[in-house]
Design a protein around this ligand. Structure first.
Ligand code: NAD
Length: 306
């Protein structure tokens, strides 16, 4: 298969690196010039659980010309429309396109560029970081759940198999929307709160008032999720959040890293902001999500990111 990784940042480098160890052809697409230059000159440096350096082709999205068998989307959420616009020439009639971004609403964006029968959505709990241009740091283990929108399980089987050959532990999930909401609940409860409060996940969950905040946001996510997708495992998702908070107690969540540590725009509009938007459509009040979205937007404006 010819596989493009559209957005070769932290996660794109993990996926590109691991998939490059299979018999498939992998091409990275990115527009960060220092990163492109470093990978072209010295290869992609991998540290962490494995130490390696691999030669991987990398180019601007607009430089790619060969139609893809598979495109894996791994930009940040607000960067997705521009990426899809730029890769239109490599999206053929048979090209499958998979989103593994965090957050809600990506299938709607994809429908503007990709035929319904070629869209796949998923969620991953793999982690990755970038230490600098051309240098990805990979630690821990994870998995991928994915589904295609028209239920062509057999057509997607070779893609699931490819991920498993790469050690990425994928499974076809007939109810992936539940997994997407679950991950959004984790991110939506921890990310904006720890970012606004400048605290670790353990510090947030370790106070009664912090836990109240988390519960307030969680109930809004669940109410809107139920309105949108029907049955949702509220108890299971709450348990998942509590388990995740214990495992990652000493960590600052990714939104804190983006906004506070690196001064980058966040994915709030695709988490709590999306819940506010969807809640309005179905008449569900979402004051906690509105408040944290406004606070993150304000900080982004102060930093000149909006
Ligand atoms: P990142 O910022 O490291 O990578 C995004 C990359 O996309 C960047 O290198 C950027 O230059 C590139 N890009 C964006 N728009 C582009 C465009 N129009 N043209 C070319 N290149 C473009 O982000 P990440 O941490 O890899 O996260 C990607 C997605 O995966 C996010 O939705 C994130 O929430 C999710 N995610 C991340 C992790 C993690 O551990 N990093 C874990 C799970 C999920």
């Amino acid at each position: 298969m010819l596989v493009y990784i559209a957005g070769a940042g932290a996660m794109g480098c993990r996926f590109g690196y691991q998939l490059s160890k299979t018999e498939n052809e992998v091409i990275l697409l990115d527009n960060w010039s220092a990163h492109i230059e470093a990978i072209r000159q010295d290869g992609l440096l991998i540290t962490g659980d494995v130490e390696d350096r691999v030669q991987l082709p990398i180019m601007l999205p607009t430089e790619a010309t060969r139609q893809a068998d598979l495109i894996i989307l791994l930009t940040k959420a607000d960067q997705l429309p521009k990426m899809l616009q730029d890769i239109k020439p490599i999206i053929g009639k048979e090209t499958k396109v998979l989103s593994l971004l965090n957050g809600l609403g990506h299938a709607t964006t994809m429908r503007r560029f990709v035929p319904e029968e070629n869209i796949m959505v998923g969620v991953t709990i793999w982690l990755a970081g970038l230490k600098g241009p051309g240098h990805a740091h990979l630690e821990g283990t994870g998995s991928i759940s994915l589904q295609d929108l028209t239920g062509q399980v057999a057509a997607v089987a070779p893609i699931v198999e490819m991920f498993n050959q790469a050690g990425l532990k994928a499974q076809y999930d007939e109810n992936v929307i539940q997994a997407i909401w679950q991950k959004a609940c984790v991110n939506g409860t921890m990310n904006p709160t720890c970012t606004i409060l400048d605290c670790t996940i353990g510090e947030l969950f370790g106070t009664e008032s912090g836990l109240n905040l988390v519960q307030g946001i969680f109930k809004e996510f669940i109410a809107v999720a139920k309105a949108e997708v029907g049955n949702i495992d509220e108890e299971g998702i709450w348990k998942y959040i509590m388990d995740a908070s214990k495992k990652a107690a000493s960590h600052y969540p990714s939104m804190h890293q983006d906004l506070v540590q690196h001064g980058r725009k966040t994915e709030i509009d695709f988490l709590n902001g999306a819940v506010v938007f969807k809640g309005k459509r179905v008449g569900i009040p979402t004051p906690y999500c509105q408040m944290v979205t406004d606070m993150i937007h304000t900080k982004e404006s102060i930093l000149g990111l909006r």
